[in-house]
Structures are given as structure tokens and as C-alpha cells.
Write a protein that binds this ligand. Sequence first.
Ligand SMILES: [Mn+2]
Length: 479
Amino acid sequence: MVYSGIIERHHIIPLMRMARCSIKRLFILLIVIVVLLFITCFSMLGQSPSGRAGVSDKAPLRAPKIISNPQGQKPIFRYKLERELEKLMGQRLTPNNDAERAEEKRGYALNGFNQFRSDRLPLDREVPDTREPKCLSKHYPSQLPSTSVIIIFHNEAYSALLRTVTSVLNRSPPHLLHEIVLVDDKSDHTDLGVKLDNFTKLEPKIKIHRHSKREGLIRARMTGAKAASGEVLLFLDSHCEVNLGWLEPLLERIAINRSNVVCPVIDVISLDKLMYSTIRGPPGVRGGFNWNLQFKWKKIPEYEQKRRGHDETREVYSPTMAGGLFAIDRSYFFEIGAYDMGMDIWGGENLEISFRIWMCGGKLELIPCSRVGHIFRKSQPYSFPGGVDTILIRNNMRLAEVWMDEYKEHYYAKRPSIRSRSYGDISERLELRKKLHCKSFRWYMENVYSEMPLPLENLRYGGYVSSWRGLIKCVGVLL
Ligand SMILES: [Mn+2]
């Protein structure tokens, strides 16, 4: 058709037909594009980027990541060279015959670390001062709250337990150390019986409580907390060595505000050589978690470094704690609901108390000038009655149901089949949350852990398509 400036009537009808046809085609094309978009979107989300799909809850070894150094630097502190150490000790630290080799093997199997060597190292050995040099020039008030150190154990290696206790006695100012409360969660190792009783009798500050049946970490800690009479409760694992000046920086933060809950920085005692070491420089990590509800070490974000004024000696706000080592004002601990007594044995309780502290008005902090060495075991040496998975899932469901509001869906999305499982009665914990006027989980995510991405990979065909927010976000990402 030649353009003439005038559209004649006989031209108009085919034009209208053509227009109608193009609208139809355009419409079909649009539908095809949308369908393609959705397919791409879902197939992308269906693949879990790190192959994490269907990951089941496994007992996470506490804080293994801290061993790896983000800068790839070698540990700067080594205890002593093997030979020097042996000379000092007057005995060998490695097995020399079949009987000793068998003993070493047994020690590993029982503890997940080198008990053979632990038994031969001095209880009061020196450890390298791993603090930042700037920490040494800090001054702390001499009047600080008195402390009950609570150490719970179940079949711990006798020498590792005693080394923990000895380091606390040697490196805590006596006027600040009110007592050491040991809680034996029904151990059956013979040397943890009378032999331990005899040792504890030597030091009036040590008190020991024994369970007549295995209760697990959570209830054992409650036994310790109820028995303690210091102003601060300080929970320690039973295979630690506290470092120089470890206590004052923790207590100072609690003295400033009783709702500050504080954790020392964890140094590494190697499980084979039992060498005490740390990574160079200030701690670059703080506590986080993933949607499997596992604790994770995460890089401290820039906004938090800014809040600290880039001062390496200052406290780091931490969204979660690893769980083994922390200090809390005793009355505050009970005020905010201690532990969820409906949880079993171990697992999930560290995230539960972390969420609760932040959501109910407290703060959770890492204190760089306080250092405690910890043996990171090779494996969990003791059994979980009823199975690890069953207990962890039940504990995590209680955690999700009480504290995580709509965000609990991110946990369930990966394991839809557990929804129907029983997690017991949570009414008391919901009541507690109401009574304390705790904030929402959304508030926590937006204000405490804002760098945490929402899990797009949770969206699946069958599992979690009901989240329209997720769907819109998904399409938004693609466009
Ligand atoms: Mn431990």
C-alpha cells in the first residue's frame, strides 16, 4: 500500500483485522514469555546452589569454621616445640609401644581428641597471650560482679576437665571468682567419681553436683544455674583453657548493663597436639545462622565495624552465640526465661537464647579482649538417646514455632515432611514472649542481622510455592 495521507475505507477493515490479530499474537507471546520466565525461575531455584537441598539436621560441630583463617595466614602462636616440651615434662608425649598406641587410640575414640597427650601435659601450663596488644593497655574497674563459673560434663577426659578448672583458678582474680560449679551429667568414667571428688575437696571454691540420670546439656546447665550464687553465671565447656585477663572484660560489659550477654573470643586448642593457637589479628567473625537453623560464623559486616568506630578492642554485636561459652547476669538469666526446658539434650538452645536476648531487649556481644581456648573435637563422642536427628528437629521446631513467626517457613521449606511432627507444649514459652513484650522476628532480622539473605533457593515446585512474596521477588530478580 502506497502511503497517500488518506486511508480509504476499503483499507480500514483489513487493517483492523491485522491489528486484532497482532494483539492476539502479542497476547500469546506475552503468555509464552511469562511461562518461560517462571520455568527459568523455578528451575534456577530448584537447584540449591551449594547442593544443600534436602540437607538433614546433623549435629553441627560447634564452631569448626573459626579454625580456618579468612586471610589464609598461619597461626602465629605455637606452644613449644615438641622436644622442648618433652624435656620440660620429663616424659614422652607420643606413644612408644603397642600398649601406649592402643591407649592413644582409645583416648581418641572416647573423647574425639588426643587424651593420651592431654593426660601427660601439665594442668597448669602456660598459654600464649593471644589478645590484641591494645587490650593490654585497657583498665577495668576493680569492683565488678562476682562470678559463678559453671562447667557441665558428661564423660569428659579427667585431665581436660581439670585443666579447664585449673586455668580458671589460676587466671581469674580471686575476689571476682565466687565459685566453680561442676555438674556431672551422669558420667560413667571411673576417674570422674571419687578421684574427682578428692580433687575438688582441695579447693573450697569448687562445688560439684551430680545427676542420677543423664539429662543433657540444657537441663545440666539449669542444675548449675540454680545451684550458683554468684552475681554472674559464666558457662564454660569442659575442655577449655582460659587465657590471661579473660574475666574482667566480660564482667565490665555486664556491670555497664545487666542485659548485656557476653561471649569471649574462642581460640583453638588443636585436637591432636593440644597446642593453643589463634589466628592473627582481631576476630573478623561473629555469630550467624542458616535456614537449617545451624549456627555459622559470619564476617562482621561493615555497618557493625562502623558502629564500633573500627576499634578492635570494642565489643562486637553478634546476632547469635556458638553456645558453649558465655556470661550473663544471674537474675537476668532467669528473668528472660533461662532455657526452654522442653528442649532435649543439646542443639538449638544456643539460637533460642540468642533470638530471645535480642528480641526481648538485651544485647549479645563478643568481647575481643577476653580469650578462651577450646578443643574442637573430631566428632561428638557421646550418644544422643533417641537419635541426633529426632532431638535436633524437635528442638529446632520449638525454636521456630516460638520465636521465628512467619520466617519459620524458611526452615520448614527444606523439610516439609516434618511439619506434622510433635514438638510438645510451647504455651509457656509463648506466654513468656508475651510477658516480656518481645519484638518480632522481623524486627530481629531487620535490625540485628540485616545482611542475612532470604533463601530464594527454598522455593520449589512442590514445596513452597505458596509464598507470593518469594514469587514476586523471584520474578523481580529475573527482570
Ligand atoms: Mn566443646
